[in-house]
Design a protein around this ligand. Sequence first.
Ligand code: ARG
Ligand code: ZN
Length: 896
Amino acid sequence: MSDTSTPVVIHRADYAPPAFLIDSVALEFDLVPTRTIVRNTMRMRRNPGAVRAPRLELLGEQLELVSVAVNGAPHAAARAHEHGLTLDDVPDAFELTIESACAPAENTTLSGLYVSSGNFFTQCEAEGFRRITYFLDRPDVMTTYTVTLRADKTAYPVLLSNGNLIEEGDLPDGRHFAKWEDPFKKPSYLFALVAGQLVALEERIKSASGKEKLLQVWVEPHDLGKTRHAMESLIHSIRWDEERFGLELDLDRFMIVAVSDFNMGAMENKGLNVFNTKYVLANPETATDTDFANIEAVVGHEYFHNWTGNRVTCRDWFQLSLKEGLTVFRDQEFSADMAGGASNEAARAVKRIEDVRVLRQMQFAEDSGPMAHPVRPESYVEINNFYTMTVYEKGAEVVRMYQTLFGRDGFRRGMDLYFKRHDGQAVTCDDFRVALADANGRDLAQFEGWYSQAGTPRVSVWTNYDATALRYTVTLKQGYGDVAPAARETQTGPLLIPFAIGLIGRDGADMPLRLDGESAAAGTTRVLEFTGTEQTFTFVDVREEPLPSLLRNFSAPVVVEYDYTAGELAFLLAHDSDPFNRWEAGQRLATRELLALAARAAQDAPLSLDDSVVAAFARVLNDETLSPAFRELALMLPSEAYLAEQMAESNPAAVHRARQFVRKRLAAALRDDWLAIHERHQTPGAYAPTPEAAGHRGLKNLALAYLAELDDPAEAVKLASAQYAEANNMTDRAAALSALLAASTAQETPAAESALADFYRRFEKEPLVIDKWFALQATQRGTAARPVIEVVRNLMTHPAFNLKNPNRARSLIFSFCSANPAQFHAEDGSGYAFWAEQVIALDALNPQVAARLARALELWRRYTPVLREKMRAALEQVAAQAKSRDVREIVEKALV
Ligand code: ARG
Ligand code: ZN
């Protein structure tokens, strides 16, 4: 953390197998917050598959060495240093016993062993285990663990670790112990322990082969009533993996534990998943529909890791996407199946649209900046900086493309072969690709490009219709846009792009498709395998000039360039049989209008929007054949961040003005529709977080948000106040509060202030809801008289604010810096000064969280000159003061 020398860059090409192996490890913990003693006994031997090393190098950080013994005798040739422990003169096979101490109560990094709300927790991925004991802390060293926990029985009645509980009992002086054994070999990053005052919701189920399983969701006693949804999500996950992939839970017991101080979302430790409370706790009063859906997704994600990550793990951290991309793909499919089943295409499309929205907004941006990296990175300074949208979300798209190419059955065959070959091993992305290829009798050498090339591919499309020959040609050309030079270097040749396409006739119906050379037409969507730099596909028997529906269901993570007219987009929005592309047509139409308006706003020119655009959106809004959830997504404009990124020079203020202009226009033009929708989509009766009910609430609350944009917001204030007061669930209450805040920008209203105060009083004892209270204020619009930076600075002094708690820091600081672009990028640079202060303050406490915040300025070069210069100054300030290699890697790459 205090390393201020030149950063050490780790390269994928330098991988070498470990010089020693560990056959078993026994850990004994004497858990005391200020000084925990760890006794670590390892059976070690030289790795026959590695070059003979002169000495044994164990990794360790922030540890105090107490003693070292080899085969039971004190070992003099041991030297502890900043990065670990070096042992000379070790035999070829031996038992090594190391005693060391660490200080969990002082550990604000939340990596390794730490204390949260008086309880002990661990987080070892990626390199936290070395902060617990000296070890070969790398994922290709797998071994079996026996763990003994000893602690005061009153303060820490519950003692948990991986695997099965094999013994427990009392000790002198009011202490007790528990001994856990994990029968499966695992890398150190999957180790976990939890100790403290916790209670569990329990269920017993039988797995597919009839074995009894104990499921537990552990939380602090006052949260027990919020665990039902997580438990149900876990049971659904177990069933889904059995059915879809034939994968069964391999342990007798599976535990989820919630912790309120956590750097990320959750962690898949073997048999003992540790979760951010945000992804466990829910009841209708405290959690929104989005929270309920996120819990289901994250519970699924971590559970699915048991096979994709734990049983088969990564050889080194460059292969992170092997487990993360694959597991995100699996959780996306799980959520889609839970929402609509395998055959409900409309419900699946909603999930698909939501996922693509995130990908395009965040991953495409990452790909265009200084942190651009391939799905399988070539180098890193701090691996925690590479838990990215590229590794996770683009990685999931890469996995999805196998399924698009081979179908569900072919994908399943590939997964089966992958497990048959690699169960119990630490492997690479190549191993996965080759298993998929072999199982389907294909050579997928070209597909490697998706793992090795950084940047977002662009596919340009030209079409031509020959009315006499009834032939329609589609020419595709692939390449990349502007990227950082380091990313450019990785771009070595054309990719294999599965390009799904349909052709739509004048009646709005799909045409049957027959490619030149085929004997008959088959299907109405075809996946073209686009492998060249430029390639032409010819459809025959095309009775009239069609409108192409390109990249259906977003069949590859690329940007498609095609010159649709506004009229054609409106037609696709009304008729495309592919629900994803229907939504996409609306987004293209809106993006085009919004960018044109933003360009005018930047010149202070007057703004106007053609009636035909409003009419196209009105048609979708009132199309009762479409689900409410779909209509909500279709009427949601592209985000300000996404739009700013599409400009030659990002101008957040101009984008904000343009987008607000369109929102107000849609609000006014469709006022009666919004009112009717707000009334019609009420969900009376008990709250249920089903996708259907959530869809109604989503559309209803979108209507409320639009009504709050009216120049006279009185009506919206009335509706929102009533909705706030009567809500029986957090979705409606938070939406009402948000509408009140929005309405008060046009006209200061006491309703907003009093609802805010009420919200705080009502939920004072619910940290996750207070996070929402902070976030709503940090993302509000603000006025010239009261810019949001003032609100935020003021909230930083609120007694409930706590920089050490990542959820709280994210709710206020990150929300402002990353989710309120128009206010954050204020021309006076006040947002950037605040950002620099907070990155530096966080850096001293928690480098991982600080580094995430540091990324808020990484696209600085793409902004208008005034903003750019102020951003550079803020970055330079952080570069001069940051101590952690986490933050330094981010700001130094940004400034290159
Ligand atoms: N493997 C976890 C997940 O995605 C993420 C943990 C990452 N933690 C970290 N500190 N980098 O499910
Ligand atoms: Zn994961």
